[in-house]
Design a protein around this ligand. Sequence first.
Ligand SMILES: *[C@@H]1O[C@H](CO)[C@@H](O)[C@H](O)[C@H]1NC(C)=O
Ligand SMILES: *[C@@H]1O[C@H](CO)[C@@H](O)[C@H](O)[C@H]1NC(C)=O
Ligand SMILES: *[C@@H]1O[C@H](CO)[C@@H](O)[C@H](O)[C@H]1NC(C)=O
Ligand SMILES: *[C@@H]1O[C@H](CO)[C@@H](O)[C@H](O)[C@H]1NC(C)=O
Ligand SMILES: *[C@@H]1O[C@H](CO)[C@@H](O)[C@H](O)[C@H]1NC(C)=O
Ligand SMILES: *[C@@H]1O[C@H](CO)[C@@H](O)[C@H](O)[C@H]1NC(C)=O
Ligand SMILES: *[C@@H]1O[C@H](CO)[C@@H](O)[C@H](O)[C@H]1NC(C)=O
Ligand SMILES: *[C@@H]1O[C@H](CO)[C@@H](O)[C@H](O)[C@H]1NC(C)=O
Ligand SMILES: *[C@@H]1O[C@H](CO)[C@@H](O)[C@H](O)[C@H]1NC(C)=O
Length: 805
Amino acid sequence: MAKWFSSGFLHLLLVVAVLLLLVPSSEGKGSSSINATDTLRASRPLSGDRRLISRRGKFALGFFQPQAQGSTGKWYVGIWYNKISVQTVVWVANREKPISDPASSSFTISDDGNIILLHSKSIVWSSNSTKAAFGSTVAVLLDTGNLVVRHKSNTSNVLWQSFDDITDTWLPGNKLSLNKVTGVSNRMVSWKNHGDPAPGMFTVEMDPDGSNQYILLWNSSQVYWASGNWTGTSFPNMPELSPANTYPNTPYTYGFVNNSQEIYFTYNVTDDRVLSRNVISVSGQSQSSVWVETAQAWVIYFSQPKANCDVYGLCGAYSKCSGSGLSSSCSCLKGFSESDPNSWNLGDQTAGCRRNVPLQCSRKDLVKGKQDRFYTITSVKLPHKAQSIQATSIQNCQTACLDNCSCSAYSYNGTCSLWYAELLNLQDTVDGSVDVIYIRVAASELPDSRTKKWWIFGIIIGGLAILGSGVITLYFLCRKRQINGIHLAEGSVITFKYSDLQFLTKNFSEILGAGAFGSVFKGVLPDTTTMAVKKLEGLRQGEKQFRAEVSTIGTIHHINLIRLLGFCSEGTKRLLVYEYMPNGSLDYHLFGGSSLSLSWNTRYQIATGVARGLTYLHEECRDCIIHCDIKPQNILLDASLIPKVADFGMAKLLGRDFSRVLTSMRGTIGYLAPEWISGEAITTKADVFSYGMMLFEIISGKRNTLHGGTSADKFFPLVVARELAEGGVHKLLDSEVIIDVHLGELERICKVACWCVQDSENSRPTMGEIVQILEGLVDVEMPPTPRYLQVLAEGVKSSQVSSLG
Ligand SMILES: *[C@@H]1O[C@H](CO)[C@@H](O)[C@H](O)[C@H]1NC(C)=O
Ligand SMILES: *[C@@H]1O[C@H](CO)[C@@H](O)[C@H](O)[C@H]1NC(C)=O
Ligand SMILES: *[C@@H]1O[C@H](CO)[C@@H](O)[C@H](O)[C@H]1NC(C)=O
Ligand SMILES: *[C@@H]1O[C@H](CO)[C@@H](O)[C@H](O)[C@H]1NC(C)=O
Ligand SMILES: *[C@@H]1O[C@H](CO)[C@@H](O)[C@H](O)[C@H]1NC(C)=O
Ligand SMILES: *[C@@H]1O[C@H](CO)[C@@H](O)[C@H](O)[C@H]1NC(C)=O
Ligand SMILES: *[C@@H]1O[C@H](CO)[C@@H](O)[C@H](O)[C@H]1NC(C)=O
Ligand SMILES: *[C@@H]1O[C@H](CO)[C@@H](O)[C@H](O)[C@H]1NC(C)=O
Ligand SMILES: *[C@@H]1O[C@H](CO)[C@@H](O)[C@H](O)[C@H]1NC(C)=O
């Protein structure tokens, strides 16, 4: 991304130099230097590399290409942040009509005061303002990111502004509005995919039904999230934004206005250094994020709906959504394949999947044994829009489905539910639902064990299988030689072919988990080494940059850091190959269904090990790496329960938004240090904070949750702080989870945890110091109560009460 910026900038300088030589004084007196003007005039259209730069340099306007695969040769006119390394477009003019060549196009003001985009003399896009222009007009790019067309000398006479034509980004100072007079809604519409700014499936708008809330819509028709009516200070479904709950020193103010002209919601950022934006993402979430210079990434601090899988139609038809929170992934149901694989890889799965084999449908002229069949999917959240009918048994229910050609699935729990046409919103459950659905496919999609004839086929297939396995073994041996050959280059990362990985993971059949950046699959090398293959999704990084980042990460070796073994970069496909951790992630052992409960000694060793791994990242690598996402899900355990930190370096590697939310579940306080939100510089101490929050969970074996009905002082980190102050950490032993504790260690680790979550970065220890303390080499003083946590805990608590009442 840095490359994109600097080469563009070099071009700009070059063009400027040339212009300075050729056109010594084409601008009138008083105008700023032509290299960095913020004003577009009819006499000087934008073309090629020429740009407008807002007065203080915050935003730029010009021709750009989306930085995603598959979008080369498509140019758009847009506004983006001028000073950051990640291309972040906030407005697009010709979002549906890309042009092929900026050099033969021009962006200018026409006589009637409209701004137009011309390509080979024909109008591709126009601002279509109906307001009459009088006198001469200019267009000015403001430091708010707004392009304003106004009278040359009267700045308050505005004909048109880009703020009234939101693309997918709602910037501070702009209004999400509904004009009561004209009925026009200034709404956000998602990009189609990461490489295509054309309008996608998801919209955010003020509720047109006249209530004072805003809503998220799928295909302009289906509401899937609503803010709830404005209470005067906040929206009920966004308790995080209520003034009582916002972080200390928050730079944000929110406002809601209902007058005779319009109804709108707006927000401001009071600290001018903070870059903040709200976007309807390609995957249908309304996300607020802030630019974090040290991480070189956008950090999402707020997102709705909280679970990505709750976005209506996210995975399209005949596809299943898995994952929780912001991590989700879509996969086609058995018997179906992706309708639009290209869009799918660019982050837009809304086109869903289609049948591999058409249904037989009619029961009358059935070829025997060819009747459509059903297979079972268990533990799902059932799709939307079922029709219920009376049926006395599951057989009758099945027959009813078979009787109608457009019936694609059924479910039976005493009532028979049938689904006609496309199945939408099928989800893997996270809350242990036991619902079962039967999916209808053509008979040829499922093996049959009932009819006798199949025995013959069985024998034939068996024979083929033996033959096939011979071939496979041969293939395997070849591959083995090939892969072993690559293995000899010890110490560096292996470049895998996609087909190799497909083979080694048995065509991605065994899923280990769905993480924030895509799904992880189990694979086995010919020498029986097991590996974890991560299929990355929604990439925005070019191949060269990807390879560069991968090789940097590949050189990082430490016993407490997960080892990157290799990668694959082919076409639009990006995969990472890691060492396999048989004991999974720490959250599973702390809160999940793990049968093996961690002893105190193991927990202490895990805490120390993670601290050692982070010390290496922070202090001992060539380039200091801030992890940015320390949480139990990212700590993996090997066969002997040695902890390994996973997912470091991902923000730069993927060149995309980095997700973090204040509360991932109601009442759960996350791992986010206050400086993420206040817009201060992020240092390694942000990791120290997250590590501290995780230590509390390692100590208690429970999430840092505020349960309904309990008061904020039952919040475990605050309990620890209080008991420490009162000299009674032994009282923590009352908790059933803490067993076989070493009291001295308990006191030490509690103190460390409290020091880690201090408000001020300077008060927090470094990871290196933490290791020394945990090893008992250095003593630690009594920590003060973390004030920020107290404020936050009370805030979350009061919002729970108010949303219940
Ligand atoms: C524009 O040109 C002036 C000199 O004419 C130079 O001082 C300034 O740095 C240039 N600005 C940019 C953004 O290149
Ligand atoms: C402008 O108006 C014309 C005619 O009414 C229409 O065809 C065109 O799509 C409009 N363009 C935009 C950008 O709204
Ligand atoms: C500037 O334009 C505004 C809005 O059209 C108008 O009310 C105002 O009188 C104008 N001011 C001058 C000095 O022309
Ligand atoms: C929101 O307000 C509208 C009208 O003002 C009302 O009809 C609706 O019931 C309210 N919704 C809720 C959830 O209170
Ligand atoms: C907006 O204000 C008008 C009167 O000014 C009132 O009738 C209407 O109910 C209000 N709408 C909402 C959604 O509060
Ligand atoms: C979206 O809505 C349009 C028009 O309302 C309809 O034609 C189209 O089929 C819908 N798309 C999907 C995927 O349902
Ligand atoms: C945002 O700032 C503008 C201009 O300073 C001001 O008019 C508006 O009231 C502010 N809105 C909020 C919600 O703070
Ligand atoms: C199949 O079911 C749909 C939806 O209930 C109905 O509209 C259609 O008429 C049915 N077709 C037949 C052949 O029964
Ligand atoms: C059966 O399923 C239907 C539709 O999902 C649901 O409304 C109903 O409550 C369920 N009944 C039982 C007994 O679980």
